[in-house]
Design a protein. Structure first.
Length: 144
């Protein structure tokens, strides 16, 4: 009888919903950009401007676009995983700029679960036990 009760209790515990980790981080954009992971990977012909900054005169706006990228976080630090997801999201925005005929992406801001965070110094990332994700939104433009 005791074994049956123990088995029932174990089955009940196993059937409870698991609590997945979803840790919000704000990491340095500049530290990511100068990290070894980013070395030579971004297209230097497509400029990236975070927050409300940009250089040069905007000659044409080509639209707002989002990039939502996730990466495997198993066995890696949250910071390393988040920087990798940021790189992937920025590469996607740069590819979109090329597709649209732009040479820059301005007003890049975090857009995780459609919550915007505009910053020139920090990006938002959410990390769990097996995945980390970064979502960005930016405006593709042509600048002089």
């Amino acid at each position: 009888m005791t074994q049956k009760i123990t088995l029932i209790l174990l089955l009940l515990i196993a059937s409870l919903p698991a609590q997945a980790r979803d840790t919000k981080h704000l990491f340095s954009i500049q530290d990511a950009l100068i990290s070894a992971a980013f070395n030579g990977r971004l297209d230097s012909n497509i400029k990236l401007y975070f927050g409300d900054t940009s250089d040069g005169k905007i000659t044409k706006q080509l639209g707002d676009f989002t990039s939502n990228r996730k990466t495997n976080a198993a066995g890696k630090s949250d910071h390393k995983s988040c920087d990798w997801a940021l790189l992937s999201a920025l590469l996607t925005l740069q590819k979109r700029a090329v597709t649209e005929g732009g040479n820059a992406v301005i007003n890049i801001r975090s857009f995780y679960k459609k919550n915007e965070l505009s910053s020139t110094t920090k990006y938002e990332c959410h990390a769990g036990a097996i995945m980390a994700g970064v979502a960005l939104k930016g405006t593709v433009v042509r600048i002089e």
